[in-house]
Write a new protein. Structure first.
Length: 62
């Protein structure tokens, strides 16, 4: 079943990517899922509301 996701290129500093990859590995997530998780966490911390319809698709239900 295809996921309704927005694809786009993201350029990251290699050190930032490595840090995210370490977190992803520790959390048993892909780098993509970890970036989504961190973005959702940051939005919640700022009080930004957003739809969570697809949140469980790639990050183990976090």
């Amino acid at each position: 079943m295809p996921s309704e996701r927005k694809a786009f290129a993201l350029r990251l500093d290699p050190a930032l990517h490595d840090a995210i990859a370490r977190l992803a590995n520790a959390d048993l997530r892909s780098v993509n899922a970890e970036i989504e998780f961190l973005l959702r966490e940051a939005l919640r911390a700022r009080g930004v509301k957003f739809s969570e319809k697809t949140e469980d698709n790639n990050n183990g239900g976090e």
